[in-house]
Design a protein around this ligand. Sequence first.
Ligand code: ADP
Length: 134
Amino acid sequence: MLLPNILPGTPGVGKTILGEELASRSGLKYINVGNLAQEGQLYNGYNEEYDCPILDEDRVVVELKNQIREGGTIVDYHGCDFFPERWFHVVFVLRTDNSVLYKRLETRGYGEKKLKGIMQCEIFQVLYEEAVAS
Ligand SMILES: Nc1ncnc2c1ncn2[C@@H]1O[C@H](COP(=O)(O)OP(=O)(O)O)[C@@H](O)[C@H]1O
């Protein structure tokens, strides 16, 4: 069975565009965890500082487990540390030039705090390190 693959990366690096394109060219299924959480309201709070809902990771894992059971899936989410390691065949961490990323995030209308937080995360390679460690 072709195990699922995951595309983590800081918001704005191009996970959605690439994930959808790969899925349409390869016939693999594409799952955007952000959309999955929104559809099922898989949240357990709200982060005022970053102005976004807090993901209920346990419920996301249960929901995702059902959806990737048959394999052949591309999973798009900025992090990958809370998924069981055995789920994924390959992890591709997407990156982009930081000045390009900054402009993309600005156009999303993110507040200054959120924007700086995301940029710092990218500069310090937080999601990359996380993927390597998990
Ligand atoms: N390879 C690329 N070349 C040019 N623009 C891109 C590329 N990948 C993504 N973008 C642009 O960057 C923005 C963020 O892309 P998106 O796929 O939504 O990122 P993410 O899912 O990682 O948040 C979009 O406006 C998209 O058009």
